[in-house]
Ligand binder design. Sequence first.
Ligand SMILES: NC(=O)c1ccc[n+]([C@@H]2O[C@H](COP(=O)([O-])OP(=O)(O)OC[C@H]3O[C@@H](n4cnc5c(N)ncnc54)[C@H](OP(=O)(O)O)[C@@H]3O)[C@@H](O)[C@H]2O)c1
Length: 263
Amino acid sequence: MSEARNALVTGGTRGLGLAVARRLAAEGWSTTVFGLDQGRLEKVRAMARSEGLDLHAVRADVTSEESVRQAVADLTRTRPLHLCVNNAGRNLSRLLLRTPRDGGGELLTHPLDDWERTLRLCLTGVFLVGREAAASMVRHEVPGVIVNVSSGLACGAYGQSAYTAAKAGVEALTRTWSYELGPYGIRVVAVAPGVMDGEALREKSTAFPRHARYMEGLKRFVPLGRWAAEDEIADAVCFAADNPYLTGSVIRIDGGGPPGWVP
Ligand SMILES: NC(=O)c1ccc[n+]([C@@H]2O[C@H](COP(=O)([O-])OP(=O)(O)OC[C@H]3O[C@@H](n4cnc5c(N)ncnc54)[C@H](OP(=O)(O)O)[C@@H]3O)[C@@H](O)[C@H]2O)c1
């Protein structure tokens, strides 16, 4: 019997990451997710036990170099890593400039802290985990795969300076790493989903009714007339993981649109 292939999915405690991790584990990958929230990590462990999946949950912060180094080292001490899915990320809506609602006072500007936190999670996190995963693959002489989760908004979108810049960076890293890591037999692919009908969208729409109305209106620009199911995007991640001739590409999977995010 051949040994199980090992996969890592960052941000695999909910949403797309969890859909990808469950799918990989069901297909026979020994799968580990990284996340932060202890309650969610425990839920993943309980789910793995009840469904009999080879699925493990580890607390690791992708924004911390030390945490990523330690977690990837622990994971790969005795076995190689074959697949790394850089999925952890979170959207942030902020205008570059905003006039106060009452029309008076100072022009408000995009806080630097929001910019830096979003870049740290969505871009630096991919850099740190991708770097450690690639180094481990080379040390173990494994022709592995890195799949980076981008977004349909990587081309720019209204009110999304930090997030769009981060995701454009993720696509640039994907191409750059495909050149650098190809000679080691490592493939690097990005998957850029449109909006997903998942927990993240539902939470934001519940918290902000204006956002819910805006998103409903935006749906008419999607030729297929609906948002993606997380499993449909997980399919694309698994395709990227399996196809041996795919590298340096961005798989856009967005139901045909919307092309950008406009007011
Ligand atoms: N939702 C969409 O419509 C959409 C569209 C296009 C692209 N995307 C991209 O798809 C990916 C997944 O999105 P999603 O909506 O499924 O996300 P989500 O439901 O908000 O889940 C985010 C995941 O990232 C983890 N995470 C956050 N900060 C972390 C950190 N510092 N270290 C480790 N893990 C961390 C969270 O874990 P904890 O809960 O434990 O903190 C959680 O598991 C993201 O890259 C997102 O940008 C999403």
